[in-house]
Structures are given as C-alpha cells and as structure tokens.
Design a protein around this ligand. Sequence first.
Ligand code: AMP
Ligand code: MG
Length: 338
Amino acid sequence: MTTRILPVTPQSLAYAKELIDAGEVVAFHTETVYGLGADATNDEAVRKIFALKGRPADNPLIAHVHEGYDISSLVETPAWTKRLRDRFLPGPLTMVYPSKGKVSAYVSSGLPTLSIRVPSSPAAQAFLRAVDRPIAAPSANRSKHVSPVTAQHVYDDFAGDIPLILDGGASQGGIESTVLDCTGAVPLILRAGLVTREMIVAEVGACENYVLQEGEKPKSPGMAYKHYAPACATKFFGAQELSAAVQCYQNEEAAGGAPCLLCEHAVCGQYPALRALDLGRTPEEMAANLYAHLRTGERQATLLIGVEPRARGGVMDGVLNRMLRAFGQDAKERRHDG
Ligand code: AMP
Ligand code: MG
C-alpha cells in the first residue's frame, strides 16, 4: 500500500472520510502528538489499530470528537466535570467517564469507561468534523517507540501500512494529553500532560495524581508498559550527576562511539564542546522538543545520554514522566530529586 502524506484540504478530508467509512486507518495531526485513527464504532477498524501498532489488547484507546459533538450520547458526564470541559476543551485534556457502551468494546479494552478527547488543532477539528463520528486513536507510533510529532515521524513508523497521513505540521504541545479519570468524586490524573494538576485544582478545588500500588491492576493499563523508547542505546543521569554523565560521554567517545547528550539549555551551555540535543529553557519548550530530539538522537547517536532537568511541578510532571519512561528502568534507579 502507498502511504500518502497530504495537507488538510477539502479533497484530502473527503478522501479521509472515504477511508474511515471503509474501515481504514488514517493518521492525523493534533496539538499534542499525531494520532492513528479509525471509526470507534467499527470493531474491525479498531482492531486494525492494535494490530498495526503491535499494541497490547488491554491498553485502551481514546475516542476523539469535534467541538460540536454531543458526548452525552457516549458517556455519563458527572455535573462537576462541566467546569473542566468549559475551561480546557478543546485542548490537551482527555477525560475518562463511565461509558454508555455506544462504541466498539475494543476501544476501551473491555473496561466500563470511555476516554474522550476534543483536540484543539484546526487540522484535527477539520478531520473530526468531516467524519462526524468518534474516532478511536492512540499515538501514531509503533508500540513502545517514541510518539510522533511530525507527519514524517508517522511515515517512518508506518510507511506502506496505512493509506493516509493528514499533515498539519509539527505538533506544538509535544507530549500526549493529560489523562484524567472523572469516574469518582475527585479527578485523578492517570497520565500527566500540558493541562497540569495545579490547573485542574484551580478549577474544581481538588485533583490527585494516581499512583500505581504494588500488585494492583493499573487504572490506566498503558502506564504499566515501557514506552517512548528510542532505538539506540541510552543512559540516564539525575540532575545532580552531571559529571558522571560527562564521564559516560567521554568513555563512549574513547571507545569509538558517537555519544549525544539530551539535556536542558543551561547544561548544554556548560559543555559547549559536547554534542547535545537542547531540550530548551522552559517546561513547555522541553515538552515540545522531547520526542523530536529522541527521534533525532536514535538516528545520529550510538549512545543517547539523558540528563534530568532541574525544574519540578506543573508541566514538568509530564516531561519527567516521559523522560523516565523513554530511558527505562535505568532512569528510575538513577533519579535523584532536587
Ligand atoms: P496513547 O494515546 O497511545 O498514549 O494511549 C491512550 C492512553 O490513554 C493510554 O495510556 C491508555 O491507558 C489511556 N486510556 C485510554 N482509555 C482509557 C480508559 N478508559 N481508562 C483509563 N485509561 C485510558
Ligand atoms: Mg502512545
């Protein structure tokens, strides 16, 4: 199959609708990362997403709808959740509600809940309006690989396997949406993102971070999997272990390798002679740059050396979570707060 990358035009949207009607999978731009979408009401189409990604069947997908879509046809919406929708949607917040069972059971991997997202990207809105039905979509990367923030990244993972990528340019948010469980009395963050715990507390008075307890079945199955892993060898160092990171860089170079640091702007400035991918200065810049840099790093380096940024709280919850998971177990062992 030929994979076409097309800008969003009336013609490409009509083609996208034709494909979705036929049970095919279409990749599309959002403001967070690119999504791999299919008709959420079509069992076979939804199963194609899992097969293409190599995604475990117990890791549910998010249903994406346009701004004008009446979500009360799909889910129960507790009264207190309205404030969050009014304040943050459309935008990078996914809300998990009790499901009314109107979409394929494969979307929720058999859970009694359904997660809904209303992306703000004009390209996503145009696509969702054109098809005018819920689109089940995870991030458009092979399972466990780094999430895609350009059409080219999607192409790199799925060329020849999907018919269409709707190109809306680079995703500016850079990390996946905040996933918020709204099935209890207090909202619970299952995955940190650009809509932060602090922002949610300011709106509804309370919000907890979900912490997976030893031996418990995770509320969000995706959180149990290793994720966002670059294809090259990696090492990770805590913010206090900068000299060890530099030593590691020098060892790799002495052994004939091509190491590269992935670190915040201030650290790059301290070591101008070392090859480095600059995450930026602010939490938002770091979120926007992280995945693109992980994909560049895996192409260019034999060893990608992550250095933990120093900032904490807010958007950093999401950035640090993604960095730790990209760098694997190594990261959890080496991380020092401070
Ligand atoms: P992805 O967009 O690839 O990051 O995958 C969607 C994320 O949303 C995964 O981490 C899922 O575990 C999470 N998710 C989707 N639906 C639900 C749900 N009904 N309950 C809890 N988590 C969900
Ligand atoms: Mg994903």
